[in-house]
Design a protein around this ligand. Structure first.
Ligand code: NIG
Ligand code: FE
Length: 400
C-alpha cells in the first residue's frame, strides 16, 4: 500500500471556517502522506505528479472531510417499532416511558443480548453510516443501567472501531434512565458511579454523558456524575433541554462540557453560557422529527453568541431510528433553518469539536486524511436531496 496519495481535479470544501462557510477551492488538489494531509491548493500549484504512485483524478467531484456522527446510540438490543405504533395512536414519548416502554424496554433487550449479537447489529448500523462517508462515530452506553451491561456496551462500541476502518469515540451514559423500581439517587451512587469507575479503569470511556430531564435525572444528580468525570480527567457532554428547560445546558456549561445536545428548550441565557464555556450545541433533528416536537432549538441565539452547532443522527431505537447523517443534515436545514454550509460544518468541523478531536473535520495540512468524495458539484447538494447517497469514495487515514 503506497504511503502517498494525491487527489486531482477536485472541488474541495476545506471546512476551515472561512467566509463562504465551506472554504471552497475549485480546480483543486490535495496530497496525503501516510495518515495525514500534506498539502491542499489549486491544481496550478500542484506541480508534476507523473512519478507519484497513487493519483486519483476525481473529475471535478466534491471532496469534503469525512463525516462525523458525534451523537449515536448504535449499540443496543431489540427495537421499538411497537412504541412507534403507540405514539401514532396518540401516546407521547413521556407517556410511553412512564408505562415501562421507552429507554427501559431497550435496557431489557440489551441486557439479554450477548456481545456477539450486539456487535453484529451495531456493525450493520456502523456500515450504513460508513456507506455515507462517515469516518468517526461517537457511540454511547446507557441501555445497560447495571455495571455489567454498561461495560458490555462499551466493549462492543470499541470492537466496532476495531472491526471497521472508522474511529469510534465512546461516551459513558450510565445516567440515561432510572431502572424500573429503582430510586434515582441510589442508582447514581450504587450503579452509575461504580460503573463509570470500572469502565474507565478498563479504558472504555472517552467522555461522560447524561440525560437531564424530568423523566431521567435532575441537575444535582448529574452534577455528582460530572464531579466523578472531572476527578477521572474525562470530558463531559449532556442530553439537555430536549423536552423541557430544567437547567441542563447551564450545568453543562459550568463543567466546560464538550457539548450540550438536543437543546430545543434552551434559551438565550443558555446560548450565552455555551458560548462562554466554548461548548458545542449538538442539534438532533431526527429526534425532533420522530417525536413530532414543535419547539425548535434557538438557532438565532446560537448564531448571535457564536455557539458552534453540530448535527448528528442520535441513532437510537426510540426517539431517532435514523441511520443517515445526510438526512440529519437535510432535516437540520428544513426543520431548524440551518444553511447547508452550517449543516456540513455540523457534521465535520463542529462535530469534531463536540468530540474534543482537533485533528479532523477540516481539510488542511496536518489534519487526518479522513475524506469523503461525492458525486456532486456543489456542497449544498449534500443537504438538499432526501434519501439519496452520492458518495463516490471514502478515504480513512489516507487509505482509499
Ligand atoms: O438522545 N434523550 C435521551 N436519549 C435518547 C433516546 C433514547 C431512547 O429513546 O431510547 C435520545 O433521544
Ligand atoms: Fe441521544
Amino acid at each position: 500500500m503506497p504511503d502517498h496519495l494525491t487527489i486531482t481535479n477536485a472541488t474541495i470544501a476545506c471546512m476551515d471556517a472561512s467566509e463562504d462557510g465551506y472554504g471552497l477551492i475549485r480546480d483543486a488538489a490535495l496530497r496525503v502522506q501516510g495518515e495525514r494531509i500534506d498539502w491542499v491548493g489549486p491544481m496550478a500549484d500542484l506541480g508534476d505528479t507523473s512519478a507519484e504512485a497513487q493519483v486519483i483524478d476525481v473529475g471535478g467531484r466534491l471532496v469534503t472531510p469525512g463525516l462525523i456522527d458525534c451523537h449515536t446510540h448504535i449499540v443496543h438490543g431489540g427495537n421499538r417499532a411497537r412504541e412507534f405504533e403507540m405514539r401514532l395512536e396518540g401516546a407521547s414519548y413521556e407517556e410511553v416511558a412512564r408505562a415501562g416502554g421507552g429507554i427501559v424496554s431497550t435496557v431489557t433487550a440489551t441486557r439479554g443480548a450477548d456481545e456477539d449479537l450486539l456487535l453484529a447489529q451495531a456493525l450493520s448500523r456502523a456500515d450504513a453510516l460508513i456507506a455515507e462517508g462517515v469516518t468517526t462515530i461517537e457511540i454511547k452506553s446507557g441501555y445497560g443501567l447495571d455495571i455489567e451491561t454498561e461495560l458490555k456496551m462499551l466493549r462492543v462500541a470499541r470492537a466496532v472501531g476495531e472491526a471497521r476502518p472508522v474511529r469510534v469515540v465512546t461516551s459513558f451514559l450510565g445516567a440515561h434512565a432510572v431502572p424500573k423500581g429503582a430510586d434515582a439517587d441510589a442508582y447514581i451512587d450504587e450503579v452509575c458511579l461504580p460503573a463509570l469507575e470500572a469502565a474507565h479503569a478498563e479504558g472504555l470511556v472517552d467522555a461522560v454523558d447524561a440525560f437531564c430531564e424530568g423523566i431521567a435525572f435532575d441537575t444535582a444528580q448529574i452534577a455528582r456524575v460530572f464531579d466523578q468525570a472531572v476527578a477521572l480527567g474525562l470530558p463531559v457532554k449532556l442530553h439537555a433541554e430536549q423536552l423541557s428547560n430544567i437547567g441542563g445546558t447551564r450545568l453543562a456549561a459550568r463543567y466546560g462540557a464538550l457539548s450540550a445536545d438536543h437543546v430545543e428548550y434552551a434559551d438565550e441565557a443558555d446560548a450565552r453560557a455555551l458560548a462562554e464555556a466554548g461548548s458545542v450545541a449538538v442539534l438532533l433533528p431526527g429526534a425532533f422529527y420522530t417525536l413530532h416536537e414543535t419547539q425548535k432549538p434557538p438557532v438565532a441565539a446560537f448564531r448571535a453568541h457564536g455557539v458552534p452547532m453540530a448535527v448528528a443522527t442520535d441513532w437510537n431505537p426510540g426517539s431517532s431510528p435514523m441511520g443517515s447523517v445526510l438526512l440529519a443534515m437535510n432535516m437540520a436545514c428544513t426543520l431548524f433553518g440551518l444553511t447547508p454550509a452550517e449543516a456540513l460544518a455540523g457534521t465535520t468541523h463542529h462535530a469534531a469539536q463536540a468530540l474534543g478531536l482537533y485533528d479532523r473535520g477540516e481539510i488542511a495540512p496536518g489534519m487526518r486524511a479522513d475524506l469523503a468524495i461525492w458525486d456532486v458539484e456543489e456542497p449544498a447538494e449534500l443537504s438538499y436531496r432526501i434519501g439519496v447517497n452520492p458518495l463516490y469514495k471514502r478515504i480513512f487515514g489516507g487509505r482509499a
